[in-house]
Each structure stands twice: as C-alpha cells, then as structure tokens.
Design a protein around this ligand. Sequence first.
Ligand SMILES: [Zn+2]
Length: 450
Amino acid sequence: MKKIRRKGRLRIDRIGYALGIIIFVILIINIINYIQYNNKVYDSVINSGAKNALIEKKYKKLKIYDKTIKLIKSDDVSVVIKDKNSKTYLSSKNVEKNMNINVDIYNKRLKYKNFPWTKSLFIENKGIIRKSNKVEINLPNYLLSNKYIDIYGVTKDDNVVPVSLKEKAKRKIKIKTDKRYVRYFITFIKLDKIEVSDSTVNKDSIVNLNIKYIPQTATIKDYEYTKIGNIFKINSDGKLVAKKTGTGKVTIKHTIQNIQATATIKVKREENKVEIKNGITYVNGILIANKTYALPKTYNPGKLSDEVVEAFNKMKEAASKDNIKLWIQSGYRSYETQEKLYNGYVNKDGISKADTYSARPGHSEHQTGLAMDLNIIDSSFANTKEGKWIAENCYKYGFIIRYPKGKEDITGYMYEPWHVRYVGNDLAGKIYKSGLTLEEYLGISSKYKD
Ligand SMILES: [Zn+2]
C-alpha cells in the first residue's frame, strides 16, 4: 500500500516537472518573439507630418539604424528608413508623383489606431521569390480589415510602380512577381475627409461635383449620393441632373468609409445667347424664324437642308415599319412665295385673321429650309394614326411639333399638328420631354412689333 502511494506521488511529480518545462519553453519562445518583433522594422505606416512627429517621439526606442526626416512642405514629412543592413525601405520622394506619401515605421505591437490614414506592408522580394514567379502573401489583419488594397512594386532605384490598384483584400493575396521589383509595397490609404465645393449650374445640365479627397492618395475615391433634395434627380446613368431652378444641398458619402460632405448648388436658367449673323437670329445656335424674329429677304437656301431630308427619310422608314405612311406636303418656301401666299390670305380674310395661320414674309419657318408640313394640312390630322405617330415619335428623329395645342399665345400660331421643325435629336428630345414650345424652352417671344 505505501509503495503504491509513493509511486503515484512520483508520477504526479514527473507530470508537474514536464509541464513546467513546456511552460518555460513557451515563455522563452514568446520572449524571443517579443524581442524580435521589437527590433525588426516590420511594416510601414504613412501619416501626416504632425502625427509623424508624435510617433517619432513615442517610439524612439525602436532600433532604427538610420532615419532621416526632411520637411517638404509645412505638413509633409519625408522619411527614409534604413534597417541595420542599411537597406532603404522607401522614401516618400520616390513614391509616385503627387502621391504625397509619408513613410514611418512601427513594429508589430503598435496599435494601428494611431495611424488613421494608411497601413502598409513591405515585402522583400528575396524573401518571397524562390523559383516560382507566383507568390502568396498572407495579408495581415490590419490590411484585411479594408475592403480594398493597392499593390505597388518597388524597383532597385526605389521607384514605386502600381502593380494592382484597388485589389480586393483577401486573406491570401497572390502576386505575380517581376524581376524589375526588388520589393513590394501593399497599402490601403484611408480617406480622412471629402470636400465638395459649392457651385452654380444650369438647369437641365449634369452636375459635375468638384470633389477633393484628403489625402489625395486614398485607395478608394468613390462616392454615392445620400441626400439630393427636390431640385436634383439621378438619371438612368446614375448622374446628378439639375431639374429645377433654385438652390439645393447635395450630400455625398464615401462608398466604404462613413465620411460625408455637403455642397450648396445653385441652379439657374441657362442664359440664352442671342446672335445675329447676316440678319439671321440664332438663339443658343438655333436658327429662329417667328413673329419676333424675321429672316432677311435674301435668305434663300432654295430647298430643305440635306440634314433635314436625311432625318425625315429615317423617320419615314421607321414609320413604315409601324404601317404609317409619311410624306412631305410642303417643305421649303422662298420669301417671295410666302409674300404671295400671305397677301392672298390677307385679301381673303383680312390681316388679323391671316396672321393666326399664315406668316408674314420673312417670318415663315418654311423659309429656313428646316421646317415642313407633313401629310394633310388640316386640324383633323391630329386624330389620324399618322398624326398621332408624328406627335409621339418625331422627336426621336430631331423634329418637334412646332405649334402645339393650347400654346397659341406663345407661338403666335394656331395648333398645327402637321408642321414640324428640325432642331436635332438632342434638343428635340429635351423639348419633347419638357412639354414646352421652342419659344418657352429658349425663353423668347413670338409677336409682331405692330
Ligand atoms: Zn407649315
């Protein structure tokens, strides 16, 4: 009994002894690790000048064999780090032009919250390249916490060349190595701030925000709209469009980081540029012939313009596919022809009545060579399938119904469902969608002086 008890005690002693050794070994390994990490220039962190100074003070006990700091601008610090073998890790002057990168160092134990902007990792080529030209790198957690990273190759002459920008951050990153690069530099540069300038834009125009990213080198420079108010709209291409005149606020948010900025944007009506060339009036480049603006007697293109005929033929072809037959009833009319026509109407109906349906010489749109009467010159045309097709589709070919229903006071003419004017696809689409007449769209009048 006693012997057995003693043996049992012995066994417990041995286990305790063995455990003690294991704990001791683990402790030693940890101490070695700790010392190693403390002494190794492990990674790099990029930061602003002010914070750089702080880091330097805080971690000056790190064994850095050579470190030069040079002030470039008031808030830019260039740092060159050398390890004990006098190898230059990276100097900010070698980083891509305008990258504005400042390099600092830290060891593995530092807390990353001290470096809010940039976290990066250097990989020495000799360590990762053996015979294979594809290497796998385990991304450290502080880089993995970002959705994207940038990978740069550093040449022998310390030139930093982008290898893969905005790469998705994964635990294992594969790099196809290249003999040109002696080391790689993997980084994510966090955005600190977005600034959007206030601006003034024209109504119906696409709003291009003037955005400043700080730092400029941020890995991700994408944003989305969070608040656009009621005078702006996002179009089908995802672009911001000014829909109404007035002043509105637009707020954008960085796509990944929760950083926002707001701009005040004033939307004004586009000022019309009225030009008179050889007696012909152009408003924003659009030739105008109405009751306010006359064409000179000498303006005589002789026929419909080639562009208009081509557009009409396209429209005619498209219409025929819908079983609609279109033809030009009346195209170009000279000053003299209009003079005879108008005078005839005046003799028949008197001036005031003739003015509602016929233009005085020089004021007819038919003299421009850009307008035409289609099919049947009668108000009943509006209710025919041809008339309806024209009303709904002519803008697609650059035409507008020039004298719409209910706009007689604005255009100066009664409703003419057959009379179309060519203004080009872009403007025709805008006018059609606005529901305005050409006069309203351009902000001009159509009234005889007398
Ligand atoms: Zn006409």
